[in-house]
Design a protein around this ligand. Structure first.
Ligand code: ZN
Length: 150
């Protein structure tokens, strides 16, 4: 654990007290060589980590969507915030307590939309979020606008 980590960034498992690695702070050395949470099969560092640390910009809505999912998974709420359209983004982006993101499936993607299923675990109970997200380009950067949920 890194010294600057505040307890509020952790979500202890409600039953086991286990602190999930997936909500560890951003830019954590330990996670850099791990497989990226977005499911690309490459390392976090070479995949969404690049975008999270500002070394690259998402070139497509799908790439942005994947990186936003990965940001939720690693607890990088700053990235989630800055890739959210200012018109639609909520003020409070604190993570759901006890929720661990466990997988992402892209169902389809177009010019300005991505449909996906994100899997999670809350207290040992698996769940899914299915969404068709809309994206817009602002000053050359893709941002998330909103989504339709099922
Ligand atoms: Zn990734």
């Amino acid at each position: 654990m890194e010294a600057e980590v505040t307890p509020s960034r952790y979500c202890a498992h409600p039953q086991t007290g286990y602190v999930s690695v997936s909500v560890a702070p951003r830019v954590q050395g330990v996670a850099l060589q791990q497989i990226c949470p977005c499911g690309s099969g490459t390392s976090y560092d070479a995949c969404c980590g690049r975008l999270h640390r500002g070394a690259a910009l998402a070139e497509t809505p799908e790439e942005l969507m994947r990186s936003r999912y990965a940001a939720y998974a690693v607890g990088d709420t700053d990235y989630v915030f800055r890739t959210w359209h200012p018109r639609t983004r909520p003020e409070d982006l604190s993570p759901h307590p006890g929720r661990t993101w466990t997988g992402l499936s892209i169902l389809g993607a177009g010019e300005d939309w991505v449909e996906f299923v994100a899997s999670y675990d809350v207290g040992g109970v698996a769940g899914e979020q299915r969404e068709r997200s809309r994206f817009e380009q602002r000053a050359g950067r893709w941002v998330y606008v909103d989504g339709e949920f099922e």
